[in-house]
Design a protein around this ligand. Structure first.
Ligand code: NAG
Ligand code: NAG
Ligand code: NAG
Ligand code: NAG
Ligand code: NAG
Ligand code: NAG
Length: 300
């Protein structure tokens, strides 16, 4: 009987023990988690790359800047970067647009970039993903993009604190197609404007590719390789070389270039983008004299 009593009494005593243990375990897990978060923050603060801090700073600057002149729909597309490497000074509240010129070799992107950079407030930083380690994986790509768009990337094209548009050119064979998911996601999250630049005449492009690779190996201009000539005399020297095309593979080659461009446009269709053709831009005085691409970028 006694045993029965003690059982009856013990039973209610035992049951609160389980919830207590659960609460204790929960508190421990919470404690460990909080410590972990603290350590992580201390680490990022000491480690130089103060991503979370930068994020806060950007938000603070953004709140201080008056966006009243900017259309509501455009607000996600304009940014107020807060560079780590210099101060934007009086232009801290000048909105900055992000762009990327997506192109292929020998399609006029060098010329196009010069056209963009001729605007005082535009900085296009060149072919920065030419180096393989910068495009090894999405993490590496995002690191580079963050630096470019935070105005912390220095190249011969980078300008001053009053930049209104910043970007670079990116060849499709430099990781754009392989890592398209991560890149499209980045572009959408950060309002990056994709400018596709292709060449309509793909045979001319192919001839240029062959001539350029000949120049790379033979270097007829006094032993220097020039991807782009800067005088008529230089152009005449390079034009002496007449590449020959292999007719049996030509069609397949042109088709594969064409489909690569189509694939890229397909991948990026959810981003804000525009498709331009070199022939239309270079042959069109109204476009190049009024710097239409820049106009489009900065005001539409
Ligand atoms: C923003 O600028 C507009 C004029 O451009 C002005 O009317 C408005 O009061 C300003 N707002 C703030 C919060 O400064
Ligand atoms: C990404 O690539 C960089 C540079 O090559 C490398 O250091 C890093 O370990 C890679 N990260 C991942 C997650 O593969
Ligand atoms: C362009 O740059 C100039 C000075 O370099 C600056 O005064 C001007 O505000 C900038 N324009 C824009 C739209 O940021
Ligand atoms: C090549 O060398 C010649 C003679 O030395 C010179 O006149 C010419 O300008 C040089 N061309 C280039 C592209 O450097
Ligand atoms: C053209 O390409 C085909 C297929 O690759 C090859 O068999 C042939 O030798 C090439 N012809 C020339 C002249 O290079
Ligand atoms: C030149 O550009 C203008 C404006 O974009 C366009 O209306 C016109 O059709 C273009 N002309 C040619 C020949 O491409």
């Amino acid at each position: 009987m006694e045993a029965n009593d003690s059982l009856v009494i013990k039973a209610p005593k035992k049951s609160p023990l389980l919830p207590r243990l659960v609460v204790l375990a929960f508190a421990m897990v919470c404690g460990v988690y909080i410590c972990f978060i603290c350590l992580k923050q201390i680490n990022t603060n000491n480690g130089g790359s103060t991503t979370s801090n930068k994020f806060l700073d950007v938000k603070v600057v953004r709140q201080l800047c008056n966006s009243s002149g900017i259309e509501q729909w455009e607000i996600p597309l304009v940014h107020y970067p807060n560079p780590v490497t210099f101060s934007r000074e009086e232009c801290v509240c000048n909105p900055v647009r992000y762009f990327a010129i997506l192109s292929m070799q020998r399609s006029g992107s060098g010329w196009f970039e010069t056209l963009m950079n001729s605007h005082i407030n535009v900085s296009s930083n060149g072919e920065i993903f030419g180096k393989k380690d910068r495009r090894a994986n999405v993490t590496a790509i995002v690191n580079v993009l963050d630096r470019v768009y935070n105005l912390d990337w220095f190249s011969s094209a980078s300008k001053n604190e009053c930049n209104a548009a910043v970007g670079f050119k990116w060849m499709l064979n430099q990781g754009v197609l392989e890592h398209h998911e991560g890149i499209v996601d980045y572009f959408n999250r950060n309002g990056v404007h994709a400018i596709f630049l292709f060449r309509r005449n793909l045979i001319r492009r192919l001839i240029s590719v062959l001539a350029n690779s000949y120049d790379k190996s033979k270097k007829p201009l006094n032993g220097t390789h020039k991807s782009h000539v800067h005088s008529v005399a230089e152009a005449k020297v390079l034009a002496k070389y007449k590449p020959s095309l292999n007719a049996s593979t030509l069609l397949a080659e042109l088709k594969s270039v064409d489909s690569r461009a189509a694939r890229a446009i397909g991948y990026f269709k959810s981003t804000r983008h525009i498709v331009l053709y070199y022939e239309d831009v270079v042959g069109n005085r109204t476009v190049s004299e009024n710097n239409k691409p820049v106009y489009h970028l900065l005001s539409s």
